[in-house]
Design a protein around this ligand. Structure first.
Ligand code: HSE
Length: 351
């Protein structure tokens, strides 16, 4: 049983947002539009009680902020004024009345900080974690999932791979009973967009500039172009779906920077397309993991995935290959994945 903002028993989820960028904005917009539906159809009731940022400060209202007010605030970059607290993100997590922390701070694939500290603080103070940040699940999944279990809390990461397109819930809920023998996917939207545009005749440099303009790129574009982002997503897939923890360094990695327009044209003449593909192969309980550019024949479902779309083919023992495809990035799309994890949390607490 949770305690709501008025201190009485109830099932209202009190959400703290760590980070207030495009994903948080997308989530707020969805929650505003769907509040009544989510309550009526799913018994999902919530308030956003706290928001912390690196540059604008932390705001806290234990009764919950109005969503239009938050959306309005998200359109600006000036320091917060009303409801300001002298808290950094960790203090907000430890001291607020939140029941669930949504971790959307910047991704660091070397240390997973500050998100790792945020997750530990949340679990130590009895709060669930829904992370859109790839660092914790790529680098410290075993530790954090054990800590969450110890405190009977959830650590959910749907947003980290394929954005709002379901991956973890799909495998857990829909593919149950299958053994997964291989996972192969287009896991990075930026590089898929660049390769698709180059196929239409645009240059690598001009396409990279468009990708930057549209906000597809990671803070360090090398994370996309050189395959680090896809490498982290492969590690997350292994950590969450295969019970086989992988260190990032165990995932071989190369990117797309060496692929030229000539390479793309030559592949086209062979009836093939270049794609940045991440593969996890499981044999005799050993996992091989690699991200690299591959020339795929057009009858491979992954060859048909264009632009910023992502896709994963799961090779299973009972069903053969199942491919899911959908958005791999975006404000509403990734905001939706946070909502889908909130609904999992809600389902568990009301069951
Ligand atoms: N930069 C990432 C991509 C964002 O392009 O796929 C979503 O993880």
């Amino acid at each position: 049983m949770m305690v709501n903002s008025t201190g009485s028993a109830g099932s209202k989820h009190l959400i703290a947002l760590v980070g207030f960028g495009t994903v948080a904005t997308g989530l707020c917009k969805i929650l505003l539009e769907k509040r009544e539906h989510l309550s009526a159809a799913h018994g999902f009731d919530f308030e956003i009680v706290a928001v912390s940022t690196r540059s604008r400060g932390t705001i806290y209202n234990p009764q919950g902020f109005s969503l239009p007010e938050l959306i309005n605030l998200s359109q600006s970059t000036t320091p917060f004024e009303n409801h300001l607290q002298d808290w950094d993100s960790e203090a907000m997590i430890r001291k607020s009345n939140a029941t669930v922390v949504v971790e959307l701070a910047h991704t660091d694939l070397n240390t997973a900080e500050p998100a790792l500290t945020h997750c530990r603080a949340a679990f130590e103070t009895g709060k669930h974690v829904i992370s859109g940040n790839k660092g914790p699940a790529a680098i410290a999944y075993s530790e954090l999932s054990a800590l969450a279990s110890k405190h009977k809390l959830l650590f959910l990461n749907e947003a980290t791979v394929l954005s709002g397109t379901p991956v973890f819930s799909f495998v857990h809920n829909t593919l149950g009973g299958n053994r997964i023998k291989r996972i192969r996917g287009i896991l990075n939207g930026t590089t898929n967009f660049i390769l698709s545009e180059m196929q239409s005749g645009s240059s690598y440099e001009s396409t990279l500039a468009v990708a930057a303009d549209r906000g597809y790129l990671e803070a360090d574009p090398a994370a996309d172009i050189e395959g680090y982002d896809a490498q982290a997503k492969l590690a997350i897939l292994a950590n969450i779906l295969l019970d086989t923890p992988l260190e990032l360094g165990q995932v071989k990695r190369s990117g797309i920077s060496s692929i030229t327009s000539e390479d793309i044209k030559a592949a086209e003449q062979e009836g093939k397309r270049w794609k940045l593909v991440g593969t996890l192969s499981i044999e005799n309980n050993t996992v091989q993991a690699e991200v690299k550019a591959e020339k795929l024949p057009l009858d491979d479902p992954l060859a048909q995935v264009m632009g910023t779309l992502n896709a994963i083919t799961f090779s299973t023992d009972l069903l053969g290959d199942i491919t899911i495809t959908g958005p791999g990035a975006g404000s509403i799309e990734t905001g939706y994945s946070i909502l889908s994890d909130l609904l999992i949390l809600n389902g568990q607490e009301t069951s």
